[in-house]
Design a protein. Structure first.
Length: 360
């Protein structure tokens, strides 16, 4: 499937902006000039009315530059959780500022390193009405320390449910988490009797999170493809310039073979990621299987290509000044984010009726 003219223009605009604005400085221009936060938000909530294919384009470009902006946690996880909840009042109140980039959202979901909804132990105390007191600990909350919209998954007597929790609640403690990948901000969120308001239907949390997991894996796979492609580009450039034994190292047959294998990895990953994005855009029942396949394939492809980048650059690749270590760290971190490749292969097998899934 070839990108449309609009998608090519979006890709070019994002790439140009990320060249001009590095790091966190890109967030405001991305939100205000290009409207990336609004891409997947319906027009009725102040968005652009796009969908998974536009998010795919965005995440590829962000992956190329390892941009630290909070798009994945806010414009994907939080926005999609709200949309999946089908809570019109919450969407009307929360989505417009998220779409404009005035608010940053976070979805507090994972516990003890697992993104499997079945592993969630946080609980909401019984009460009359939509407001409950929530206690539990959430790990790996993307941009959780800076978010001003916080959604939390917790259990009630009727099952797993989604709650909106004020970040200023005295029962909420947010702790930035040191990570190997410094370009992906994460936090630990501790809830001690924090007041939460139900979003959507009570007990509908597993369906919501399953939908979010599929879309999160689809978006992350696109990011991994963009990053892997950039690793390959930089390595090919270096192989043309680095001279050894009187000739560029890229002229040696062994190096050519390794670069060719890396190219195959990138293109195979691109096909898997795009397949998941198309399934999401079409509302296909194949989405869960394609998202699981994409997360597994793209994680392993990115790790392999980032590893080759280190090897073929030689000693310079392990210096702090060179970018190779940043891609290698992102590859390792993103491989574990939203569940390991092994867990997603188990999800894929379960979807095919071959086995049952376990923990993430």
């Amino acid at each position: 499937m070839r990108p449309t003219e609009e998608q090519r223009e979006l890709s070019a605009a994002i790439r140009s902006l990320l060249i001009r604005h590095e790091g966190e400085a890109a967030w405001r221009p991305l939100a205000e000039q290009i409207g990336v936060c609004a891409l997947a938000v319906p027009e009725e909530y102040g968005g652009a009315g796009g969908g998974p294919l536009e998010i795919h384009t965005l995440m590829e470009e962000l992956g190329r530059e390892l941009s630290p902006v909070p798009c994945l946690g806010s414009a994907v996880l939080t926005v999609q959780a709200l949309l999946a909840s089908e809570d019109g009042a919450a969407c009307t109140r929360l989505l417009p500022p998220l779409a404009e980039g005035r608010s940053v959202g976070a979805l507090a979901w994972a516990e003890q390193g697992s993104w499997n909804p079945a592993a969630i132990a946080a609980r909401a105390a019984e009460a009359t009405g939509a407001v409950r007191r929530i206690s539990g600990v959430k790990d790996h909350v993307l941009d959780g320390a800076r978010a001003d919209v916080l959604l939390v998954a917790a259990r009630t007597a009727r099952g797993l449910s989604l709650f909106e929790v004020s970040v200023d609640d005295p029962g909420v403690r947010r702790e930035p988490t040191p990570t190997m990948d410094l370009t992906r901000a994460q936090a630990r969120v501790v809830l001690d009797g924090a007041e939460g308001r139900i979003v959507g239907e009570e007990g509908d949390g597993e369906r919501i999170l399953t939908r979010v997991l599929d879309l999160a894996c689809t978006a992350l796979a696109a990011e991994q493809v963009g990053a892997a492609e950039r690793c390959l580009e930089l390595t090919v450039e270096y192989a043309k310039e680095r001279v050894q034994f009187g000739r560029p190292i890229g002229s040696f047959q062994a190096v050519k073979h390794r670069l060719a294998d890396a190219y195959v990895n990138v293109e195979a990953a691109r096909s898997a990621a795009l397949g998941a994005a198309v399934a999401a855009a079409e509302g296909s029942p194949e989405l869960t299987r394609r998202a699981a396949a994409a997360k597994s394939a793209c994680s392993e492809a990115f790790s392999a290509v980032a590893g080759e980048m280190i090897q073929l650059h030689g000693g310079i690749a392990i210096t702090w000044e060179h970018c190779a270590h940043r891609y290698f760290k992102r590859a390792h971190g993103s491989s574990r984010l939203f569940g390991s490749p092994t867990w997603h292969r188990e999800r894929l097998a379960a979807g095919l009726g071959l086995t049952a899934t376990g923990g993430a």
